[in-house]
Design a protein around this ligand. Structure first.
Ligand code: COA
Length: 156
């Protein structure tokens, strides 16, 4: 089936739609100002969106520091979930990140977030550690997951 959306770099004009998705999908949503900073002044960022007819249906935000890539955010507009939007964002980004020489990708995910955890498992992410009570609103622990392209000798 032909995909109904395409992937492109995020732009400032997407801000209000990113806020909508953030508010709809996260118990501790990032503020408009924080998202604006991510798109404008923050360095070492790579934000992409999935767009369908002027509607942003998903977003992936990476922070790229030294040889580490970190998933700052990934979210799909609720009514678009389960159609492969998140997969397509990762499918676009991961080969580019690997080719640019990043050694690994990390992220935090709430322990109870089965949907996201299934997604990451499918992409070969593995457990690295736990951050206790990382999410302040829910008081929930975060799992830190990692996907390696190059593993240092001290890394299991
Ligand atoms: C997690 C999230 C980004 C997935 O987005 P999506 O566009 O629905 O995901 P996709 O349709 O690309 O599905 C990718 C994989 O996610 C998992 N998944 C998606 N929907 C699922 C569901 N209802 N139940 C279990 N796993 C599910 C599956 O592994 C799926 O792969 P498959 O289709 O091969 O089975 C989306 O649910 C979301 O925005 N959640 C809220 C925000 C969030 O939790 N972000 C992650 C923070 S760490």
């Amino acid at each position: 089936m032909t995909r109904e959306w395409y992937i492109r770099p995020a732009e400032l004009r997407d801000l209000h739609q990113l806020v909508e998705i953030e508010d709809a999908q996260f118990p501790e949503p990032w503020s408009q100002q924080l998202l604006r900073d991510e798109l404008t002044t923050a360095s070492h960022r790579r934000y992409t969106v999935a767009e369908h007819q002027d509607v942003v249906v998903g977003v992936l935000g990476l922070m790229l520091i030294e040889d580490d890539a970190h998933i700052n955010t990934i979210a799909t507009r609720p009514e678009w979930e389960g159609r492969g939007v998140a997969r397509s964002l990762l499918d676009e980004a991961l080969p580019v990140i690997a080719a640019e020489g990043y050694r690994r990708m990390t992220l935090e995910v709430a322990v109870s977030n089965a949907r996201a955890r299934a997604l990451y498992t499918a992409y070969g992410f593995e457990p690295l550690g736990v951050r206790k009570q990382y999410y302040r609103v829910t008081n929930e622990d975060a799992l830190v997951l990692v996907k390696y392209w190059q593993r240092d000798s001290h890394e299991p």
